[in-house]
Design a protein around this ligand. Structure first.
Ligand code: KG4
Ligand code: ZN
Length: 363
């Protein structure tokens, strides 16, 4: 059994959580605290890294304190403190990781620096029975990837976006339509009153082999559709939102279906698709994926929305899973671990060109 404190500060959310991982692999989430101050970013229409870092400094002591208090435990009960060490906004990551190092030193607790993407990758195992191997569709504000997950620390990338991430496409499209941020929930809400077949949007990479994604073309098609309407009504906006969401859902489902076909023979009886990241909260995307899994006899797991979007519990869980798998670093390595803006979870198979993919933190 291990009791883990998790700290997440890779972007704009300051989050902390205490979880218990039992030896049978089950999980109990004892607290899950999250604070987000978007007010400083609003005038700029997006996340400003320096403002995010300062906001973490202001919020982090209270958030961690509440997470520990609400768990009913004290620091001396903890076995491990895990913190996101990348990828993300470097100033933001530094705040969480440095705080975790201080807690680990002050209370003599093991420290595990966690890859934020591994947090998302393993998150479904907190609330569901999700044995390895499984296919993971990771769709968040910064990432859109298909990964084969064979165990803790064992990831193989099957596909990634060659331009925008899914959440980024939602956020930019919402901005264009004047719908506010975060864009995903705003588009989803507007789309409920819209006709998804009114605008014909392109199906990206339809003839392209493999499992990569491309979302920039959709975003441009939406911009052109919006610009063609001189004074868009609420109904026009709802129709564009619904058409965009449906096209994005179709694309994600089509590329995921390719990955399922690739792994079909390898995966045996219990073929499992896990979806993680903030965009997994979207109902239309869940339905499109459910249609593909049902048609192929796969099981589909989408964690509850609060564990899909960034949270401290998934970081605590990844730390506990690493500890249980014997993959925690030595105390010296953990304390000297440097925060990383860029930290790919897995590299593409050898010899495979990525066709001009991302090079930054979203790679
Ligand atoms: O995983 P996450 O909280 O942070 C990152 O690691 O990026 O994902 C945030 C992204 C945002 O782009 C947000 O617009 C999107 O998830 N999102 C959604 C929904 N809820 C959040 N996208 C579509 N539909 C939603 N309901
Ligand atoms: Zn995330």
């Amino acid at each position: 059994m291990s009791l883990a404190l998790g700290i997440e500060t890779s972007c704009d959310d300051t989050a902390a959580s205490v979880i218990r991982r039992r030896d049978d692999g089950s999980c109990e989430i004892l607290s899950n605290v999250i604070a987000t101050d978007l007010s400083g970013h609003r005038p700029y229409g997006g996340i400003v890294p320096e403002i995010a870092a300062r906001s973490h400094v202001e919020l982090i002591d209270r958030v961690i304190g509440e997470a520990v208090d609400q768990s009913g435990h004290t620091y001396s009960d903890l076995h491990v403190v895990a913190a996101t060490a990348g990828p993300g906004l470097i100033g933001a990551v530094m705040v969480g990781l440095t705080t975790a190092k201080a807690i680990a030193l002050a209370h003599s607790i093991a420290l595990v620096p966690v890859n934020h993407l591994e947090g998302h990758a393993l998150s479904a195992r907190m609330t569901e029975t999700a044995p390895f191997p499984f296919l993971l569709l990771l769709i968040s504000g910064g990432h859109t990837q298909l990964l084969r997950v064979d165990g803790v620390g064992r990831y193989r990338r099957l596909g990634t976006t060659i331009d925008d991430a899914a959440g980024e496409a939602f956020d930019k499209t919402a901005k264009l339509l004047g719908l506010g941020q975060p864009g995903g929930p705003m588009i989803e809400r507007a789309a409920t009153a819209g006709r998804k077949d009114r605008f014909r949007l392109p199906e990206p990479l339809r003839r392209r082999e493999g499992c990569d994604f491309s979302l920039a073309g959709l975003k441009t098609a939406v911009r052109l559709a919006a610009e063609a309407l001189p004074a868009p009504s609420r109904q026009d906006i709802a129709d564009i939102a619904a058409s965009f969401q449906a096209a994005l859902a179709r694309h994600l489902a089509a590329r995921t279906a390719r990955a399922m076909d690739l792994l079909e023979a390898d995966f045996g009886e219990d073929r499992l698709l896990v979806v993680a990241g903030g965009v997994a909260a979207n109902g239309a995307i869940k339905s499109a994926l459910a249609a593909e899994t049902t048609a192929r006899g796969w099981r589909l797991i989408v964690p509850p929305p609060k564990y899909c979007t960034d949270n401290g519990a998934m970081i605590a869980w990844a730390g506990a899973e690493r500890l249980a798998a014997g993959l925690a670093p030595s105390p010296g390595d953990a304390l000297s671990f440097a925060p990383r803006a860029r930290w790919p979870l897995a590299v593409p198979p050898a010899g495979r060109a990525l066709g001009g993919g991302r090079k930054g933190p979203k790679a």
